[in-house]
Design a protein around this ligand. Sequence first.
Ligand SMILES: [Fe+2]
Length: 275
Amino acid sequence: MTVNVPKAPGKLPAPRLLGLADRRDSVTHLTVDVQRDRRRDAFQSRRQFLACTAGGCLYSLSAYGNDFSLSMTTRSIMALELPSLPYLPNALEPYISARTLEFHHGKHHATYVANTNALTKDTPLAGKSLEDVIKATADDTEKTGLFNNAAQVWNHTFFWNSMKPGGGGVPTGDLASWINGTFGSLENFKENFKKAAVTQFGSGWAWLVLENGTLKVTQTANADTPLVHGQKALLTCDVWEHAYYLDYQNRRPDFVQAFLDHLVDWDAVTRALST
Ligand SMILES: [Fe+2]
């Protein structure tokens, strides 16, 4: 069931394009940098950190509390950085363990970043934004490897920011109206989303997207992403086995249910709608 999307919710902080100087000069971002460094110290090995920052890092998509910002500079051509988690690795327990997040973010996500950097190095795509790399390679069968790694960088960053400690609950305001109007009820939306997540054969993602003014639940295989389908991503759940196997083994439905009931950040969905 779909309906026309009513007016957008109240204006919320939009993603910002910031240069390094902007970040240095901003007290807010200095604070964020300190927080980011604490998380980085707690979560990443020194070698991993140095590998990601060698030569300078340009891309950072982070959410801290209610702040959601996209930071990028094009002053020099460097490499992608593994974005810090927007919470501590144990912050989503008991629904996602610290051990899962340490592997998922510190190994899997980090590898996608490293592979993307290696595959764009010394090519015309070096220094392009992550989104541009994804769109430039989506239909190029000779660059499938680069597309897969770059899209996985983007998808994972979006996934981290789709969750928060103490998440779940119910959406509010206009978002609640949109969901009720489109799916009939929040419970029906959750059933639709869970079905998409559970029936995605093999590896992939379940999404809530906005397409042509309509909310839709979709599923994508492997690294595929709404970015290349004319859709605005609003919410995602990673259903690759590495996302849940340590905690749930083969019980993907239980993982998805926990995601919907206890982890979804509805405020992040509202912010995504407003950008
Ligand atoms: Fe993943």
